[in-house]
Ligand binder design. Structure first.
Ligand SMILES: Cc1ncc(C[n+]2csc(CCOP(=O)(O)OP(=O)(O)O)c2C)c(N)n1
Ligand SMILES: [Mg+2]
Length: 618
């Protein structure tokens, strides 16, 4: 079949399917892109003659990769989007979001255009030349942020590159960004591809099981433990293991703490749910972690936010059992590794622990800690501060107004930490946080991807003024596609999160507020009109000043059929406190500033609690 390389790629991706638990579905749902000379006549032309494969024009290449990652996350990695760009800046605009997808273990297929393989016309527009080789382009920047990277120098190379692409994208352990750099001449080059290459193919997403003797040892350790604690990570949700985990926790009485990606694994009112763990954790989870003698990590990669920079676990003989599809994660912290799918593995463990339950004393302690946390959560929700409102009361209002299945989307700033602590999750897919890369700008683009993945749910993007200013332009894409999202901008005139961090580091919030330059950086606040900004992009936008106005605006937004934006001013200095945790952010060891010297002293003391979590290592 004579096709161009670009036509063959699009023809191939259209017939790839995945199957898990016997349910089969197409893997790719379409292609986002921005055209330039590096793809308009190649992939662009191929998409034009494939109207059954939808093409979406976005406004910024970074944003479309966030959209694709959010789409994959919302689909539990069973579906993905393709992203096409021109060469040069269009391509490298994707690097940031590619890293985000790979860190969050989310499949996205990136097809950046590349410089001519033929080379005779070099340097082409937007080519970065090298004096030491002709075998390099800006697309080599994608190598460290991709789980698979290839440059297609001849059409027939896709016969081996595309199957590798699919293997990696559909592997629960390996998945992330896959980059196929496509020289612009090769995209348009024709070749006689074998018909068989375009036969529909189904990639089985297997539920791998751990070694049976290790599983028996794990069950033994759980029986022997007096203070076990489960950490539920994103893998629990991707594996669709949430019901199984809820039953396992009920059966054994083992408490469940959640990472950002794992939040929603068990409902907040489940008897064993102790909520968020780590730097942004609840008092309940953090106290249990401190004294746990056994940690069962399920689908977690143990980021520093989860381990409170390895200070969270202070029991002298704490040991770990890790259930993870990725061997890399399963072995972390010298764990007993159960390398396997979360649902299949927890299911088997449940069988092995049929008659096991934690002690009554421990159960009572868990219930007490849960009650204490509920009281504190309620206190933060019930405070009436504004206007300007406290972020805590805004989150409380959202939590009581939204339906259980409505999705909140967030990524960076002070919101993720407050949401992690306070949000009462009732559905595993209703809490969508990108906190692997915590990339400012993910929020609106991500919200678009979430809504595309599940149009039946109402989607609420919660975004700080800083993140909004970084990347709000996908509102136009949402309007163009008639995809409705609800955006809530929390305007506190700068970086409340990093401002607070700066103060904790003794630096007094230096350079973190949006102010005019006067003698220094401390002039008047810059009045940015977010309502006018969103209106100018075509959205319905309103300002809400009070608690009541915000409540009414949320109800209005829900009734609307098009994308809308609510702007609410929040208090820069009114923060939800931390709960018995710590984060390692190194402080200047020497400084001319008293406040920094003091912060440095405290830092050195706190750092002593960091430990290597090897058995017997004190
Ligand atoms: C792309 C990117 N740049 C920088 C940062 C570091 N950073 C984390 S939060 C933050 C400020 C966010 O401001 P805003 O969205 O207004 O949220 P707030 O802190 O006020 O809640 C910054 C600069 C980041 N996470 N992502
Ligand atoms: Mg802000």
């Amino acid at each position: 079949m004579k096709l161009t390389t670009a036509q063959a790629i699009i023809k191939f991706v259209k017939v790839q399917h995945v199957s898990r638990d016997g349910r089969e579905s197409p893997f790719f749902s379409g292609c986002f892109g921005i055209f330039g000379h590096g793809n308009v006549a190649g992939i662009g032309q191929a998409l034009q003659q494939s109207p059954d494969f939808p093409y979406y024009l976005c406004r910024n290449e970074q944003a479309m990769v966030h959209t694709a990652a959010a789409f994959a996350k919302m689909s539990n990695r069973l579906r993905a989007l393709v992203c096409t760009t021109s060469i040069g800046p269009g391509a490298t605009n994707m690097v940031t979001a590619a890293a985000g997808a790979t860190i969050n273990r989310l499949p996205v297929l990136l097809l950046p255009g590349d410089i001519f393989a033929r080379r005779n016309v070099a340097p082409v527009l937007q080519q970065l030349e090298s004096t030491s080789t002709q075998d390099v382009s800006v697309n080599d920047c994608f190598r460290p942020v991709s789980r698979y990277w290839d440059r297609v120098q001849r059409p027939e190379q896709i016969l081996t590159a595309l199957p590798e692409t699919m293997r990696v994208l559909t592997s629960p352990a390996e998945t992330g960004a896959v980059t196929l750099a496509l020289p612009q001449d090769v995209q348009a080059q024709a070749y006689d591809f074998p018909d068989e290459f375009f036969e529909p193919r189904t990639w089985i997403i297997a539920r791998s099981r751990p070694d049976s003797s290790l599983l028996a040892q794990a069950a033994e350790r759980i029986r022997d433990a007096s203070r076990p604690l489960i950490i539920a990570g994103g893998g629990v949700i991707y594996s669709d293991a949430t019901d199984t985990l809820s039953r396992f926790a009920s059966q054994t009485g083992i408490p469940v703490a959640e990472t950002q990606a794992g939040k929603g694994s068990v409902a907040f009112d489940h008897e064993q749910s102790v909520g968020a763990l780590g730097v942004t954790g609840t008092s309940a989870a953090n106290r249990l972690a401190r004294e746990a003698d056994l940690v069962i990590g399920i689908g977690t990669r143990y980021s520093d936010f989860t381990t409170a920079s390895v200070t969270a676990f202070q029991h002298p003989r704490v040991c770990f059992i890790n259930i993870n599809v990725s061997e890399f994660d399963a072995y972390k912290h010298a764990a007993l590794p159960l390398t396997g799918d979360a649902r299949a593995t927890v299911d088997e463990l449940m069988g092995a622990l049929r008659h096991h339950r934690v002690s009554q004393d421990y159960a009572k302690e868990i219930a007490g800690l849960r009650a204490d946390w509920e009281k504190e959560n309620e206190r933060v929700f019930k405070r009436r501060v504004g206007p300007p409102l406290s972020q805590g009361e805004v989150i409380g209002l959202l939590n009581s107004t939204l339906d259980d299945k409505d999705v909140i989307v967030c990524a960076a700033g002070s919101l993720p930490g407050d949401l992690h602590k306070l949000w009462r999750s009732r559905d595993p897919k209703a809490y969508h946080l990108e906190y692997g890369y915590s990339c400012m700008g993910y929020e609106i683009a991500g919200g678009l991807g979430v809504k595309m993945a599940d149009p039946s749910r109402e989607v609420y993007v919660l975004v700080g003024d800083g993140s909004y200013l970084m990347m709000a332009q996908e509102i136009v894409t949402a309007l163009q596609e008639h995809i409705k999202i609800n955006v809530v901008v929390l305007d506190n005139h700068g970086f409340s999160s990093i401002g607070g961090l700066s103060r904790a580091c003794g630096s007094g919030g230096f350079g973190t507020e949006y102010r005019y330059r006067s003698q220094g950086l401390n002039g008047d606040l810059i009045p940015v009109d977010f309502v006018a900004n969103a209106t100018s992009l075509g959205a319905d936008a309103v300002r809400a000043r009070t608690f009541e106005e915000l409540g009414a605006a949320l109800k209005d937004a829900k009734k609307k059929t098009r994308t809308s934006v609510i702007v609410v001013e929040t208090d820069y200095n009114d923060r939800v406190p931390g709960y018995e945790s710590w984060w390692d952010v190194p402080i200047a060891e020497v400084s001319e500033m008293r406040s920094v010297q003091e912060a440095s002293r405290q830092y050195e003391k706190a750092k002593l609690r960091e430990r290597y979590l090897w058995p017997g290592f004190e």
